[in-house]
Write a protein that binds this ligand. Structure first.
Ligand SMILES: [Fe+2]
Ligand SMILES: [Fe+2]
Length: 253
């Protein structure tokens, strides 16, 4: 099955999500605030409307990591459940998550932003961040191999019993790699890029990123990906943040 068809069947083709995007565009988000598109609208606010909030280029990149971290949580929880009871992990939820990672993470965030705009600039500037670029690129490539594997394993109606342990191990090692990958980008690479490009160019690039996002997704890719991620979390019973609150430490009263 080719990738486009798979994306359509699993409902995760963000590129074809224009209808969903326009449905989201004019409604308040779940926290009751303005939607991202409203935030990004240009021009003065109508009387009684709040002032739009700018999303800077680095904030944009970091909140994209937020979407990807939520996908990593699905992977981590799936690995744990696979070992307890493989039948309790619905392959289509895993497939939807891998497809979202591919379309939003790999094809857009990594290939269209980091590899074209961020890494080449950071590599030219002397400093600690430059030394990470080759490793980050190798991890993008490894991630794509893993996504391909996840898509192939999850396309069946059930996870084959001989795939359970290799799949759980692969999910865990991917989570470990990408959590650290995103943390290095957030704390070293993006700040180095921001310092290298400076204020005026940063604003221009912020607008450029927004254009790329609209070109790629036919609308607001972040809002669409967020909605998809929330649907996946709900389908897996992972949408209640409080269930992840740690128990008290030993000896606590
Ligand atoms: Fe990256
Ligand atoms: Fe990234």
């Amino acid at each position: 099955m080719d990738e486009k068809r798979r994306q359509l069947l699993t409902g995760i083709s963000l590129a074809g999500a224009g209808v969903l995007v326009s449905a989201c565009r004019n409604s308040p988000n779940q926290t009751g605030g303005a939607t991202n598109d409203q935030n990004k609208n240009e021009g003065p606010p109508a009387p009684g409307e709040a002032e739009p909030i700018e999303v800077t280029a680095t904030e944009d990149l970091m909140r994209e990591h937020g979407i990807l971290r939520r996908a990593l949580l699905v992977y981590q929880e799936s690995a744990t459940k696979l070992r307890q009871d493989a039948a309790s992990v619905p392959p289509d939820a895993l497939e939807k998550t891998a497809n979202l990672f591919r379309v939003f993470g790999e094809e857009y965030h990594e290939k269209k932003l980091e590899e074209i705009y961020i890494f080449p600039t950071v590599k030219r500037v002397p400093g600690a961040a430059a030394g990470y670029v080759d490793i980050l690129l190798a991890q993008h490539a490894r991630g794509r191999e893993i996504t391909e594997y996840l898509l192939s394993v999850s396309k069946a109606d059930r996870i084959a019993s001989n795939s359970v342990e290799p799949l759980a191990k692969t999910l865990e090692s991917f989570v470990r790699m990408y959590e650290h990958h995103a943390a290095i980008e957030d704390t070293l690479v993006f700040p180095a890029w921001k310092a290298a490009v400076g204020g005026a160019e940063l604003d221009e690039l912020g607008e450029k990123f927004e254009e790329i996002e609209h070109e790629q997704f036919g609308g607001d890719g972040f809002e669409t990906a967020l909605k998809r991620m929330e649907e996946i979390e709900t389908s897996l019973g992972l949408s209640n943040l409080d269930m992840f609150t740690s128990p008290p430490p030993p000896g606590a009263k």
